[in-house]
Design a protein around this ligand. Structure first.
Ligand code: MLT
Ligand code: MN
Ligand code: ZN
Length: 298
């Protein structure tokens, strides 16, 4: 058994280009000058035949069409065994609505995330007689697919945007935002597409891993403000940035990790331009900038 991870979507919510955005990157992507990227999702397998999808993005229909290993192998027989969602954000759950049509799979999430789904009755389109919703506590190991086990752990984050009240705590530690440890045979990887703060607990957890797929939302915290696209900083959105003294490049610098791969990049992030200085800086620090269709075998 060896872990195979296939990036279905490397972008954050909105994708690249985002429908309403006229920023430099979105315009370049529309012109075909830089690669477009779909929204946040990772497919994983231990045997290459049974797959789990981590986060169901609004682009899942296109992602499945483009990914041969997930195509039907019979009339209504799929390699897809399960879907796991790491928070209730729209970019991670809206794709569940595409997965209706009486197709059996297991849907894994924490209790808090399942509560969000069950309070939104549109998700009842996933018929409970075929889609088995399993509540997973943090720290509890379970099987995502044959030979592929997973454990969820809390990651500092916030409630989904559509559930925010007046007073928003952006680095809550609980089960509304989780990371996933993946184990297949001797391979050990982490998937953390959203992280507000990289604390010592997370750093020591990940140290020594074969691979980490990590929140690459923004290059700098005030990137969207500087681009005049909005008022929100990365911190306000519950995302740690790549650069700067508190950024992920610095925070990972002393960890021993086999492969470090950024996922969940916002469309403003300069690392999405193949020739940018920021991409070169991230690569010099040992990072790979995830791309749609990229496959990593451990
Ligand atoms: C995020 O990652 O911050 C969210 O996906 C934002 C959103 O809901 O659009
Ligand atoms: Mn997101
Ligand atoms: Zn844009």
């Amino acid at each position: 058994m060896t872990l195979r991870a296939h990036i279905l979507g490397a972008a954050a919510g909105g994708g690249l280009p985002q429908w309403n955005c006229g920023c430099e990157n979105c315009n370049l992507a529309r012109k075909g000058k830089i690669p477009s990227q779909t929204q946040s999702s990772l497919a994983v397998s231990a045997n290459g035949t049974d797959w789990a999808i981590l986060n169901a993005s609004p682009d899942i229909r296109q992602q499945l069409a483009q990914t041969t290993c997930l195509h039907p192998v019979g009339l209504r027989t799929l390699p897809l065994r399960s879907v796991l969602v790491t928070n209730g954000d729209i970019d991670h759950v809206a794709g569940l609505l595409t997965l209706r049509e009486m197709q059996p799979f297991s849907l894994f999430a924490t209790g808090a995330i399942h509560d969000v789904l069950s309070q939104n009755t549109i998700f009842d389109a996933l018929n409970p007689s075929v889609v088995d919703r399993q509540t997973i506590a943090t720290g509890q190991s379970f099987d995502l697919a044959p030979g592929l086990s997973a454990t969820l752990f809390p990651v500092p984050g916030k409630v989904p945007l559509y559930l925010e009240g007046d007073d928003v705590k952006t680095d809550l530690i609980g089960d509304q935002t989780v990371g996933v440890q993946l184990i297949a045979g001797d391979s050990n990887a982490y998937y953390i597409p959203g992280c507000a703060v990289l604390n010592d607990d997370l750093r020591s957890r990940m140290d020594g891993a074969d691979a980490v797929f990590f929140d690459g939302t923004l290059w700098r915290d005030d990137e969207m403000v500087r681009a005049k696209l909005g008022k929100k900083t990365g911190k306000r959105m519950g995302h740690l940035s790549m650069s700067g003294p508190d950024g992920s490049l610095a925070a990972f610098a002393n960890l021993k990790i086999g492969r470090k791969i950024f996922v969940h990049m916002n469309n403003t992030n300069p690392v999405l331009r193949p020739t940018s200085a920021e991409k070169a800086e991230a690569e010099a620090a040992g990072w790979t900038i995830g791309q749609d269709g990229m496959e990593i075998t451990l």
